[in-house]
Design a protein around this ligand. Sequence first.
Ligand code: A2P
Length: 281
Amino acid sequence: MPETTVPTHTLNDGTELPAIGFGTYPLRGAEGVDAVESAIRAGYRLIDTAVNYENEAEVGEAIRRSGVDRDELVVTSKLPGRHHGYDEALASIRGSLERLGLERLDLHLIHWPNPSVGRYREAWRALVTARDEGLVRSPGVSNFTEQHLEEVVADTGVTPVVNQVELHPTFPQVDMRAVHARMGVQTESWSPLGGRDALLGSDTVSRLAERHGVTAAQVVLRWHVQLGSVPLPKSATPERQRSNLDVFGFALDTDEMAALTVLAQPDGRLFGGDPRTHEEM
Ligand code: A2P
């Protein structure tokens, strides 16, 4: 049995999402299967993959090997930019299911809006159809701005359950978190450890880690949890997988939360992935 009990958020469609999940990029091949299997055995129940990570087959294999009941898992994948047309998106989802060896995705996200292509609204309509047909339990998005969110809601009346965005103390997404709160969209954090070396080695994080008797990564992941965002840390190391999950036994106070958020930089994105301009096919 996993040692850590992970609380859940209730999404806008009434389903539950664990408060922390496992990011699988760039885990591939036999080592990738081992890493995802060990994460599930450690207690992760939210598993985050994508067509473009090219590891859906590995994730499916790890799920089967783990012996954990499929219905206990929240399996997420993401639709790539090259599949944004309506028919292409539905075919893409069937491809993901085939590679994963599953009959249903729990969450499926539009990976990037790719506004220069301008077909994310069509892609969203396809995700809503996929939900209605039972291929996807809950449709969501990733890297959407307020404008993209408003457009897809206006088109369909369906609000994405999550928006997975780059979020870490150097880029805390204050505005998008407020948009999500207003619209009823759950925030998920990608690259939650934020280019880890500078952040995890910083004086602020080190001081808090020492004070609480935890690791630097646990401090940062706890900050996400207390912001109400769901972090998706990736680690290939079983020991780190376990400790990253174990962030529910201590709490940061208001001053400590503020000390971390203050590490924000005007453009604190790791690689300049601004969704208004970034293209990823
Ligand atoms: P590794 O797989 O060797 O553990 P992010 O999730 O923010 O994208 O960060 C992922 C990176 O952070 C990976 O390189 C991973 O390396 C590393 N990492 C994950 N957990 C920890 C940890 N607890 N301490 C230090 N580095 C970590």
